[in-house]
Design a protein around this ligand. Structure first.
Ligand SMILES: [Zn+2]
Length: 491
């Protein structure tokens, strides 16, 4: 894992693994860096890959909206609807079962701890540049010039020296800057690090889970899925854990299979554990501050501390809601499997139904290799849904006003719209010029080709999580989410 450590997101879903020999596996994740997403993965051939399957890695950035080319026509992410649609009536659902009434009342928009009727004018956020995607594009330019035949499995006919040296230096320096910015500064460490912070944040994580479940109830999610969610990732501090660390090199925040036997590291893929790292919360809180979602920074020291704490707990909610959505995806799969198959790593592929299939409009061909495409598209869909659902819960559970909802979408997702456009151009370029090459394998091949250049290699490694990027860069927009919720209202 050490090579992967710098990346943000991890993988979590056990479920995805092993379809094809050596197939990729990804899932889970968090977004450590505003800019820096991702990470990772390994697999098929990347030496750097983590040894264990369970650790596949996936990254996580933040990303923008917009759907795939086919899905939504050309749309720019634009503004999200102010609030998630109204729930389909809490009463009985024909198919059965919304459970008890929510145990908490959500604040009216613009009220409560996080609600504000307006947001101070903040400069529009700069677009986030994902250096690894830019590097990928430059490498494809070189390969095109060299007449590369796109043969999958052969070494790429290029080296880091073929990339414009000034561009490469600039990108590597930018990656180093992102790493530095992830570290929690000393003057704010007390809110994130140490026992007092740990206890406080731990309580917030569990509170966020209660909010998430109340939101699911409000959307009419069947009781059986909620019950299974309690099994997959219960609101237990031993299962949803805050580590109170300040280490940009820590493994990314993620949901991972539950270790059932410490000695042998035996894992149960049908149940998850969430481990949240301080730098990931710092990153989320930073987006909240920059967007001035909770107003400008107050001058009074006590008020300033409270403002930082609220920003921490707002960013925390985005992370926790995202990760809980991975647990919900897993719960859904569990209930559509024979009980004896539930803890099998690849069991999702045997499930009678799975939520990822709802995102077919965003699926890629991945070189036309079915087994690879199945895994990659699953990883994509998991992240697309997790980010999109996290936004809906934030708006509702935190009582965001329309202005805050717009600012949140803009800061977390729209900033990656340029990166999304580049990513889709990369997809089209593979389909047109090298149609048999699975683009998710390109990062591993680049990693090999860049031997001797650590900075370039590190970016190449991130491209192993390309399928997850496709999801992060195209989060499920509220107006596209009805099929997702409808599926959860049906057996
Ligand atoms: Zn994720």
């Amino acid at each position: 894992m050490s090579l992967l450590a710098p990346f943000r997101c991890l993988v979590a879903l056990a479920a995805l693994g092993s379809v094809a020999a050596g197939g990729p596996q990804l899932s889970g994740c968090s977004r450590r860096g505003t800019d820096a997403p991702p990470t990772a993965a390994p697999d098929r051939g990347t030496p750097a890959a983590p040894p264990s399957v369970a650790d596949a890695v996936a990254p996580a950035p933040d990303l923008p909206g917009v759907s795939s080319a086919e899905a939504v026509a050309g749309d720019a992410p634009g503004t999200p609807p102010a609030a998630p649609g109204s729930p389909p009536g809490s009463a009985a659902d024909p198919a059965g079962a919304p459970a008890a009434a929510p145990e908490i009342a959500f604040p009216e928009p613009g009220t409560g701890r996080f609600g504000r009727s307006s947001v101070p004018e903040a400069a529009s956020p700069d677009q986030i540049v994902l250096n690894e995607l830019h590097l990928m594009w430059l490498a494809l330019d070189v390969l095109e010039t060299k007449g590369w035949n796109g043969a999958w499995g052969d070494p790429l006919p290029l080296s880091a020296g073929d990339i414009d040296p000034a561009e490469l230096r600039r990108m590597i320096a930018d990656e180093e800057r992102k790493d530095r910015e992830l570290t929690i500064p000393a003057e704010r460490e007390e809110l994130f690090v140490g026992e007092a912070a740990r206890a406080e944040v731990q309580a917030e994580i569990l509170a966020a889970r209660v909010e998430y479940v109340a939101f699911l109830r409000e959307r009419g999610v069947r009781a059986e899925y909620l019950d299974e969610l309690d099994r997959v990732l219960p609101g237990d501090p031993q299962r949803m854990i805050y580590l109170a660390d300040n280490d940009p090199q820590a493994r990314p925040t993620a949901t991972e299979p539950l270790v059932v036997v410490e000695a042998t590291q035996e894992q149960d893929y049908s149940r998850l554990t969430l481990k949240v790292h301080g730098v990931d919360l710092w990153n989320g809180s930073d987006m909240c501050r920059e967007a001035r979602l909770l107003g400008p920074a107050p001058a009074d020291p006590a008020a300033l501390r409270a403002w930082h704490r609220d920003c921490r707990d707002f960013g925390l909610r985005q992370t926790v809601y995202h990760e809980l959505t991975h647990a919900l995806q897993r719960a859904y799969v569990n209930l559509h499997l024979a009980p004896e198959d539930r803890d099998a790593r690849a069991s999702w592929s045997d499930a009678g139904k799975a939520l990822y299939t709802l995102e077919q409009a965003c699926f890629w061909r991945w070189g036309g290799h079915d087994a690879i495409a199945a895994v990659a598209n699953h990883a994509m869909a998991d992240e697309r849904q997790a980010d999109g659902v996290s936004f809906q819960v934030l708006v509702r559970a935190c009582g965001l006003s329309e202005a805050q909802a717009r600012a949140t979408w803009s800061r977390w997702f729209d900033r990656l719209s340029d990166a999304r456009d580049l990513l889709l151009r990369i997809r089209d370029r593979f389909d047109r010029q090298w149609p048999d090459y699975p683009a998710d394998d390109f990062g591993g091949a680049l990693f090999e080709a860049f031997e001797g250049d650590g900075g370039a290699r590190r970016m190449a490694l991130k491209l192993g999580a390309l399928p997850a990027y496709v999801g992060y860069l195209q989060p499920l927009r509220p107006e596209e989410s009805e099929p997702f919720w409808q599926a959860l209202r049906e057996p």
